[in-house]
Design a protein around this ligand. Structure first.
Ligand SMILES: [Mg+2]
Length: 394
């Protein structure tokens, strides 16, 4: 039995949209959609709570958002501003504990077990302190879940959104009772598809899931998924909070035998590296929201450039498009000696279930299949027949 932990999940409310409303009071109280204009291809990166009442959600095509609410105000995202605000938010977290694991630019897990004694062993005091600083210093709101593990903390932060606080009880019978009435869709990783599948088995609430005999679950979902679902239905999750500075990054670099001046060679190299990074993200069960490239020229001058994405991804083509765009923006004027592509920080929690997309603020959107499927098929074939078994066209 591992020692009892106290974990916070802090999630900024409608982050990008709230920053827009804060910085432009004309947007206050209005349906605001961040993610470009409705006549272009793209997806919603964030919607204000006013826009959400029209059914507008993150990752929805902007066109669909426009159909639901033509009077919504569509604003182009300002990633650089959101990144800067995100740094301020995280520095508030890090004043409490070094054990901060970012989930995305606007949410994180904090393991406050070791800090509790400084706060009269009251996690609510820590949560309220963080919320007050975010409100007073940044004029934004955040919702917090407090729980014995990451799964429950994340689920809890969502229960009283926006500007809310939820505390999950600590004992197993209380946790079972707390979860029982919730829809199975509240379970992390249970997307629309699994939800529909569970519903065909008559499982709608977490209570239903707790009561379904394990062998029946195994028949319907396979051993692995069944055990996983069962554990989550009881709120069990022992994954640690990964500290930010010990957090892994994944990168792929190549030094050319001869310095290269041909952009086609650079692009081919970036494609191969992007696929390598994507494959390793998928293998490790990670997503990333920040892609970087590294360039070294014949004079050994090295630069790194990075791009924060609006949504986490682990798709080869998202990584490749971002790396290419960074290369284009920083086109080398001298022969290139070394090229690299990397992803960091990493997260084990995709924020938006379902299709992972990017390029929300610029067009054209990458033309890519809507899921990881193709990537997964390629991974499997390469594992079997070797890395060079299949290549994408450049
Ligand atoms: Mg958020």
């Amino acid at each position: 039995m591992p020692a009892a932990r106290t974990i916070l999940h802090v999630d900024m409310d409608a982050f990008f949209a709230s920053v827009e409303q804060r910085d432009n009071p004309a947007l206050l109280g209005k349906p605001v959609v961040v993610g470009g204009s409705p006549d272009k291809r793209g997806v919603v990166a964030a919607a204000s709570y006013e826009a959400r009442t029209f059914g507008i959600r993150s990752a929805m095509p902007t066109r669909e958002a426009y159909r639901r609410c033509p009077e919504a105000i569509f604003v182009k995202g300002r990633m650089a501003v959101y990144s800067a605000v995100s740094k301020q938010v995280f520095s508030i977290f890090e004043d409490i504990t070094p054990l901060v694991q970012p989930v995305s630019v606007d949410e994180a897990f904090l393991d406050i077990t070791g800090a509790l004694h400084l706060w009269e062993n009251d996690p609510v005091r820590i949560a309220e302190h963080i919320r007050a600083r975010i409100r007073n210093e940044l004029r934004l709101t955040a919702s917090v879940g407090i729980a014995p593990n990451k799964f429950l903390a994340k689920l809890a932060s969502d229960l009283n959104k926006p500007d809310g606080l939820s505390l999950v009880p600590r004992t197993q019978p209380e946790i079972d009772a707390f979860l029982a009435p919730l829809a199975v869709g509240r379970i992390w990783g249970v997307g629309k598809k699994t939800e529909a599948q569970l519903s065909r088995h008559g499982i709608h609430t977490i209570d239903d899931l707790q009561r379904t005999p394990l062998d029946q679950l195994i028949q319907g979902f396979g051993e692995h998924s069944a055990r996983h679902l069962r554990a989550l239905s009881r709120g069990l999750d022992d994954r640690p909070v990964h500290e930010r500075d010990t957090e892994k990054s994944i990168s792929s670099e190549h030094t050319f035998d001869q310095d290269q001046t041909d952009p086609a060679v650079w692009r081919a190299c970036l494609l191969e590296q992007s696929e390598d990074v994507g494959r390793r993200l998928r293998k490790g069960g990670f997503w990333t929201q920040c892609i970087h490239i590294k360039l070294r020229n014949d004079r050994f001058e090295t630069i790194t450039r990075q791009q924060t994405l609006a949504l986490p991804t682990r798709r080869d083509l998202d990584i490749h498009h971002t790396a290419l765009a960074l290369l284009q923006k920083n086109a080398p004027s001298r022969p290139v000696r070394l090229l690299g592509v990397g992803a960091s920080p990493l997260t084990d929690t995709p924020v938006v279930p379902g299709p992972q997309q990017l390029d929300l603020f610029s067009e054209p959107a990458p033309i890519a299949p809507p899921s990881d499927k193709l990537d997964e098929v390629l991974d499997a074939l390469r594992a079997k027949y070797g890395k060079n078994a299949l290549k994408r066209g450049g």
